[in-house]
Design a protein around this ligand. Structure first.
Ligand code: AMP
Ligand code: MG
Ligand code: MG
Length: 208
């Protein structure tokens, strides 16, 4: 659907925002020794219109704990059959890079940055899994916007209750299922757009 007025949207420093939200193996009782990414969704959002132009989305086979816990399936909605026989993270990182190339995002004249809800995805999860499996992590994964900090800049409020609280504060209807990675990305993208429509100019604000 065509977007509403973009008149209050300011010129941004980035051509594209890549909204990313991993889901990972988990359990409520015993802490897993190493969580593994099981869903890898990324939305390519235009820095002019804040509309989604393309989607990278795959489930990922976990190898240390190949069986999802009941807790994990109930939390994320991700079933065993959705992750079995999917690519492993090493392959996904390669296909993601191919997608970036196809989308012209590796062109040095095109400026993009990731957007996540919190710092867990790119500060904790991806680095720890890459270290564990001795995988190279591309330099572009080191730049991101934590939307909770952007939300604080715009509204003055801490995003204490996370994505759901920000949606609520901004009067945005939640879409889909909470803790589905692709649905979380769509909701984070809606928050991103709402902050842009309030005249916000996004800056890198990752945890260092
Ligand atoms: P989220 O992006 O908030 O859906 O969470 C990302 C990942 O963090 C999930 O896939 C889980 O691995 C873990 N996680 C989130 N919430 C919980 C929770 N309440 N208990 C255990 N793990 C969680
Ligand atoms: Mg998340
Ligand atoms: Mg999520």
């Amino acid at each position: 659907m065509a977007s509403a007025s973009t008149s209050s949207i300011q010129r941004q420093k980035y051509d594209y925002f890549l909204v990313l939200d991993f889901e990972a193996t988990c359990d409520n009782k015993s802490k897993l020794d190493q969580n593994e990414i099981i869903e890898f969704p990324v939305l390519k959002i235009s820095g002019r219109t804040f509309e989604c132009e393309s989607i990278f989305h795959t489930y990922v086979t976990p190898t240390l704990n190949p069986q999802l816990t009941k807790f994990c399936t109930e939390l994320t909605g991700i079933t065993q059959s959705q992750v079995t026989n999917q690519p492993v993270l090493a392959d996904v990182l390669q296909s993601f890079e191919e997608w970036l190339r196809e989308e012209n995002l590796l062109n040095p004249n095109v400026n993009f940055i990731f957007v996540t809800c919190g710092d867990w995805d790119l500060f904790t999860m991806l680095p720890s899994q890459c270290t564990h499996f001795n995988l190279q992590r591309a330099a572009y994964f080191d730049r991101w916007i934590n939307i909770k900090k952007s939300f604080k800049r715009v509204t003055g409020k801490f995003a204490n209750s996370g994505m759901m609280g920000m949606l609520n504060d901004l009067h945005i209807q939640h879409q889909g299922r909470h803790h589905s990675g692709i649905d979380d990305c769509k909701n984070i993208a809606a928050i991103l757009k709402a902050l842009a429509e309030r005249g916000h100019v996004f800056e890198e604000n990752r945890k260092k």
